[in-house]
Write a protein that binds this ligand. Structure first.
Ligand SMILES: NC(=O)CC[C@H](N)C(=O)O
Length: 197
Protein backbone atom coordinates (compact mmCIF):
# COMPACT_ATOMS: atom_id res chain seq x y z
CA UNK A 1 0.00 0.00 0.00
CA UNK A 2 1.50 3.34 -1.15
CA UNK A 3 1.12 6.14 1.42
CA UNK A 4 2.22 9.64 0.35
CA UNK A 5 2.89 12.52 2.73
CA UNK A 6 2.27 15.85 0.99
CA UNK A 7 5.22 17.97 2.15
CA UNK A 8 4.18 21.65 2.25
CA UNK A 9 7.26 22.71 4.16
CA UNK A 10 5.63 22.13 7.54
CA UNK A 11 5.16 19.02 9.56
CA UNK A 12 7.20 16.56 11.51
CA UNK A 13 7.30 14.14 8.64
CA UNK A 14 9.83 11.75 10.14
CA UNK A 15 7.81 10.74 13.21
CA UNK A 16 4.63 10.57 11.15
CA UNK A 17 6.31 8.36 8.53
CA UNK A 18 7.51 6.08 11.34
CA UNK A 19 3.98 5.78 12.77
CA UNK A 20 2.53 5.00 9.34
CA UNK A 21 5.22 2.41 8.61
CA UNK A 22 4.11 0.39 11.67
CA UNK A 23 1.28 -0.96 9.51
CA UNK A 24 2.14 -4.09 7.48
CA UNK A 25 2.79 -3.70 3.74
CA UNK A 26 2.98 0.10 3.81
CA UNK A 27 5.44 2.02 1.64
CA UNK A 28 5.73 5.66 2.76
CA UNK A 29 6.78 8.41 0.34
CA UNK A 30 7.15 12.20 0.72
CA UNK A 31 6.11 14.46 -2.18
CA UNK A 32 6.32 18.26 -2.43
CA UNK A 33 4.26 18.49 -5.64
CA UNK A 34 0.53 18.51 -4.74
CA UNK A 35 -0.43 16.93 -8.07
CA UNK A 36 2.21 14.19 -8.11
CA UNK A 37 1.25 13.43 -4.48
CA UNK A 38 -2.12 12.18 -5.82
CA UNK A 39 -0.51 9.11 -7.43
CA UNK A 40 -0.96 7.04 -4.26
CA UNK A 41 -3.29 4.71 -2.35
CA UNK A 42 -3.52 7.03 0.66
CA UNK A 43 -2.73 10.76 0.77
CA UNK A 44 -1.64 12.20 4.12
CA UNK A 45 -1.72 15.94 4.92
CA UNK A 46 0.62 16.31 7.93
CA UNK A 47 0.37 18.73 10.85
CA UNK A 48 2.63 21.34 12.41
CA UNK A 49 2.73 24.64 10.57
CA UNK A 50 0.75 27.74 9.67
CA UNK A 51 -2.34 27.55 7.43
CA UNK A 52 -1.45 30.47 5.12
CA UNK A 53 1.98 29.16 4.17
CA UNK A 54 0.69 25.61 3.67
CA UNK A 55 -2.29 26.82 1.61
CA UNK A 56 0.13 28.64 -0.72
CA UNK A 57 2.02 25.38 -1.34
CA UNK A 58 -1.25 23.56 -1.88
CA UNK A 59 -2.65 26.15 -4.31
CA UNK A 60 -1.18 24.79 -7.62
CA UNK A 61 -2.88 21.42 -7.03
CA UNK A 62 -5.83 22.42 -4.83
CA UNK A 63 -8.62 21.82 -7.34
CA UNK A 64 -7.17 18.52 -8.58
CA UNK A 65 -6.62 17.35 -4.99
CA UNK A 66 -10.17 18.29 -4.01
CA UNK A 67 -11.52 16.38 -7.02
CA UNK A 68 -9.36 13.35 -6.22
CA UNK A 69 -10.86 13.23 -2.71
CA UNK A 70 -14.37 13.63 -4.15
CA UNK A 71 -13.55 10.73 -6.50
CA UNK A 72 -12.68 8.52 -3.52
CA UNK A 73 -8.94 8.88 -2.90
CA UNK A 74 -8.45 8.03 0.79
CA UNK A 75 -6.93 10.92 2.71
CA UNK A 76 -5.84 11.51 6.30
CA UNK A 77 -5.41 15.12 7.47
CA UNK A 78 -3.58 15.71 10.77
CA UNK A 79 -4.01 18.96 12.75
CA UNK A 80 -3.00 21.59 10.15
CA UNK A 81 -3.73 18.91 7.54
CA UNK A 82 -7.29 18.62 8.85
CA UNK A 83 -7.64 22.41 8.76
CA UNK A 84 -6.52 22.46 5.12
CA UNK A 85 -9.51 20.23 4.31
CA UNK A 86 -11.81 23.17 5.18
CA UNK A 87 -12.57 26.41 3.29
CA UNK A 88 -10.37 29.06 4.89
CA UNK A 89 -8.60 29.94 8.12
CA UNK A 90 -8.09 33.01 10.27
CA UNK A 91 -4.45 31.90 10.52
CA UNK A 92 -2.78 33.70 7.65
CA UNK A 93 -5.54 33.55 5.02
CA UNK A 94 -5.41 31.49 1.84
CA UNK A 95 -7.81 28.76 0.67
CA UNK A 96 -8.04 25.18 1.81
CA UNK A 97 -9.49 22.28 -0.16
CA UNK A 98 -13.08 23.08 0.79
CA UNK A 99 -13.78 19.37 1.06
CA UNK A 100 -15.48 20.11 4.38
CA UNK A 101 -17.54 23.28 4.60
CA UNK A 102 -16.46 25.71 7.31
CA UNK A 103 -13.90 28.12 8.67
CA UNK A 104 -10.85 27.54 10.87
CA UNK A 105 -10.85 29.98 13.79
CA UNK A 106 -8.82 30.62 16.95
CA UNK A 107 -9.60 28.58 20.05
CA UNK A 108 -11.96 30.48 22.38
CA UNK A 109 -10.08 29.77 25.62
CA UNK A 110 -7.81 31.46 28.12
CA UNK A 111 -4.93 29.04 27.59
CA UNK A 112 -3.86 28.96 23.93
CA UNK A 113 -2.34 26.84 22.43
CA UNK A 114 -4.17 23.71 23.61
CA UNK A 115 -1.22 21.41 24.29
CA UNK A 116 -1.38 17.96 25.88
CA UNK A 117 -3.54 14.88 26.22
CA UNK A 118 -7.31 15.05 26.00
CA UNK A 119 -10.25 12.71 25.46
CA UNK A 120 -12.54 12.39 22.45
CA UNK A 121 -16.31 12.46 23.07
CA UNK A 122 -18.99 10.89 20.83
CA UNK A 123 -16.16 9.08 19.04
CA UNK A 124 -17.31 7.39 15.80
CA UNK A 125 -14.19 8.17 13.74
CA UNK A 126 -13.25 4.55 13.08
CA UNK A 127 -15.36 1.50 12.26
CA UNK A 128 -13.77 -0.89 14.78
CA UNK A 129 -11.63 1.10 17.21
CA UNK A 130 -11.99 3.91 19.73
CA UNK A 131 -9.54 6.81 20.03
CA UNK A 132 -9.32 7.16 23.81
CA UNK A 133 -6.94 9.89 25.02
CA UNK A 134 -4.86 11.57 22.32
CA UNK A 135 -2.28 14.36 22.09
CA UNK A 136 -3.05 17.92 20.92
CA UNK A 137 -0.86 20.91 20.00
CA UNK A 138 -2.86 23.65 18.25
CA UNK A 139 -4.31 27.17 18.56
CA UNK A 140 -6.97 26.97 15.85
CA UNK A 141 -9.96 24.69 15.36
CA UNK A 142 -12.29 23.70 12.50
CA UNK A 143 -15.86 25.04 12.76
CA UNK A 144 -17.63 22.46 10.60
CA UNK A 145 -20.85 23.84 9.03
CA UNK A 146 -22.26 20.30 8.59
CA UNK A 147 -22.58 18.63 12.02
CA UNK A 148 -22.98 15.19 10.44
CA UNK A 149 -19.31 15.14 9.28
CA UNK A 150 -18.08 15.48 12.88
CA UNK A 151 -17.11 12.03 14.20
CA UNK A 152 -15.61 13.08 17.52
CA UNK A 153 -15.54 16.11 19.83
CA UNK A 154 -13.02 17.45 22.34
CA UNK A 155 -13.44 20.22 24.90
CA UNK A 156 -10.69 22.64 25.98
CA UNK A 157 -11.88 24.96 28.77
CA UNK A 158 -15.19 26.32 27.40
CA UNK A 159 -14.52 25.57 23.72
CA UNK A 160 -15.94 22.31 22.31
CA UNK A 161 -14.52 21.60 18.85
CA UNK A 162 -14.30 18.76 16.31
CA UNK A 163 -11.58 16.27 17.23
CA UNK A 164 -12.27 14.43 13.97
CA UNK A 165 -14.31 14.88 10.79
CA UNK A 166 -15.05 12.27 8.16
CA UNK A 167 -16.75 11.89 4.79
CA UNK A 168 -16.18 8.49 3.19
CA UNK A 169 -12.48 7.63 3.30
CA UNK A 170 -11.44 11.23 3.98
CA UNK A 171 -10.67 11.67 7.66
CA UNK A 172 -9.32 14.77 9.41
CA UNK A 173 -8.12 14.74 13.00
CA UNK A 174 -7.17 17.74 15.14
CA UNK A 175 -4.88 15.65 17.35
CA UNK A 176 -1.46 14.19 16.49
CA UNK A 177 -1.50 10.40 16.15
CA UNK A 178 2.31 10.41 15.79
CA UNK A 179 2.53 12.02 19.27
CA UNK A 180 -0.19 9.90 20.87
CA UNK A 181 1.91 6.81 21.74
CA UNK A 182 0.06 3.49 21.59
CA UNK A 183 -3.32 5.18 20.98
CA UNK A 184 -1.82 6.89 17.93
CA UNK A 185 -0.31 3.73 16.50
CA UNK A 186 -3.64 1.93 17.07
CA UNK A 187 -5.49 4.73 15.27
CA UNK A 188 -3.12 4.75 12.28
CA UNK A 189 -3.21 0.98 11.89
CA UNK A 190 -7.02 0.85 12.21
CA UNK A 191 -7.57 3.59 9.61
CA UNK A 192 -5.08 2.07 7.16
CA UNK A 193 -6.90 -1.27 7.44
CA UNK A 194 -10.21 0.47 6.67
CA UNK A 195 -8.93 2.14 3.50
CA UNK A 196 -6.53 -0.58 2.30
CA UNK A 197 -7.53 -1.70 -1.16
N1 LIG B 1 0.21 21.48 15.11
C1 LIG B 1 -0.41 22.10 14.09
O1 LIG B 1 -0.53 21.55 13.00
C2 LIG B 1 -0.91 23.49 14.34
C3 LIG B 1 -1.83 23.96 13.26
C4 LIG B 1 -2.24 25.42 13.40
N2 LIG B 1 -1.07 26.29 13.21
C5 LIG B 1 -2.87 25.64 14.78
O2 LIG B 1 -2.25 26.27 15.60
O3 LIG B 1 -3.97 25.18 15.05
Amino acid sequence: MRVTLFDYGAGNLHSLAKALATAPGVEVRVQEDPIRALDTDLLVLPGVGAFGAAAARLEPGRDKMRQALEDGLPCLGICLGMQLMFDTSDEGGGWGLGFFRGQVTKLRSRRVPHIGWNSVEEDTALENAKLGSVYYAHSFVCRAEEPRVVVGWTTHEEDRFPAAVRRGNVLGVQFHPEKSSAAGVRFVQAFLEEVRK
